[in-house]
Design a binder for this molecule. Structure first.
Ligand SMILES: Nc1nc2c(ncn2[C@@H]2O[C@H](COP(=O)(O)OP(=O)(O)OP(=O)(O)O)[C@@H](O)[C@H]2O)c(=O)[nH]1
Ligand SMILES: [Mg+2]
Length: 328
């Protein structure tokens, strides 16, 4: 069980309770169309899989714990996907109103932002909602802090002081041990963020060798070049699991109302004192949120961002209901 335990099997059991015996257990390292790399005690297995073939009718995701069986037709195939204790779920960008599991069984979501790019609080809040919704702990991972923090970044950090933040620089060897420490006891951390943010560079630094390809950002605007093209699970020699992901610009949220209220907890707390439970905080009488704005207890711009996200999630819910009705 050496490899499986390094991949977090004991930790998985502690989260999910005792499991029955499985023929051949493994953890999904990478998913390509119809084929999956699974890390097992016997090494890295190339396994055929699609949602039709698994017993539960699910498509496997990077990070999944799976049971692999022999199949006379295809060699190996995934028989079972074990229940996920956490998962990052976004709105499938390719299809209308469908969700997509990006990664699973993660303990930490590192929202990775490089400080050589403009500080964009709305974008970070969106990523934090996604992270919160996953069931894992979220943190803000700032990269390239050797470049210095602009006034905007300082202000952003001030506004986000309740969010756990690690400031890192691979070049100046800053914050790397903090990240290592976070996952040292077989925990899993996924790095999410824009292309060129330094995710793969951080992975290489933590592993101690070049396992992931990296590319310089565009000098004009520090934009990345979409170097990483697949979600990939990487075992650290010092313990712990990292999942590197391709850079994403924006992300569609999926059914994340509760996570929205948690990330904007100061607003949802006041909202629970409004006279009307469906108060939009715009025109209704006895609105506790507007009163809090008057008193300076809620930031006006943050409320505007909260309302935009609420509207987006409401619209998504309505589209989903319409789609379900149509398909009946
Ligand atoms: N100054 C500085 N540059 C860094 C640091 N870490 C990474 N970089 C540079 O940032 C560039 C992009 O890094 P990558 O690791 O490829 O970024 P990524 O987030 O994996 O990008 P995608 O795979 O496209 O999503 C590379 O040229 C790195 O050398 C750092 O700590 N300081
Ligand atoms: Mg990369």
């Amino acid at each position: 069980m050496k490899v499986l335990n390094q991949l977090g099997w004991q930790h998985y059991l502690s989260k999910q309770g005792n499991q029955t015996d499985y023929t051949r257990l493994g953890r999904v390292r990478r998913v390509d169309r119809g084929e999956v790399d699974v890390l097992t005690e016997e090494g890295d297995l190339r396994v055929i899989s699609d949602s039709q073939r698994t017993a539960v009718g699910l498509a496997p995701a990077t990070g999944d714990w799976v049971e692999v069986v022999n199949d006379p037709d295809v060699g190996f195939r995934i028989e079972t996907i074990l229940p996920r204790y956490s998962a990052i779920i976004r709105r499938d960008p390719a299809e209308e109103e469908k969700k997509q599991v990006l990664v699973s069984n993660i303990d930490f979501v590192g929202v990775t932002c490089s400080v050589d790019r403009p500080a964009n609080i709305a974008k970070i809040e969106r990523f934090l909602i996604l992270a919160q919704d996953s069931g894992a702990k979220s943190l803000l991972l700032l990269t390239k802090v050797d470049q210095g923090l602009s006034k905007e970044w300082d202000q952003l950090l001030q506004q986000m002081k309740d969010v756990k933040t690690i400031q890192t620089s691979v070049y100046a060897n800053e914050g790397i041990d903090q990240v290592r420490e976070l996952i040292s006891s077989d925990r899993s951390l996924v790095l999410l963020g824009e292309s060129g943010g330094g995710k793969s560079t951080l992975v290489n630094e933590l592993v101690g060798e070049m396992v992931q390809e990296t590319t310089e950002v565009r000098s004009r605007d520090s934009k990345g070049r979409h170097t990483t093209i697949a979600r990939e699970l990487i075992l650290l020699p010092t313990g712990g699991v990292l999942i590197d992901t391709p850079g994403i610009r924006g992300i569609g949220l999926w059914d994340a109302k509760q996570a929205l209220d948690q990330v904007f907890s100061e607003i949802s707390e006041f909202a629970s004192h409004c006279r009307f439970s469906d108060c939009t905080h715009q025109v209704e009488p006895d609105c506790a949120v507007r009163a809090a704005i008057q008193e300076g207890a809620i930031d006006q711009q943050r409320l505007a961002r909260y309302l935009r996200l609420t509207e987006e999630l409401d619209e998504q819910e309505e589209r989903l209901i319409r789609q379900r009705r149509k398909s009946k």
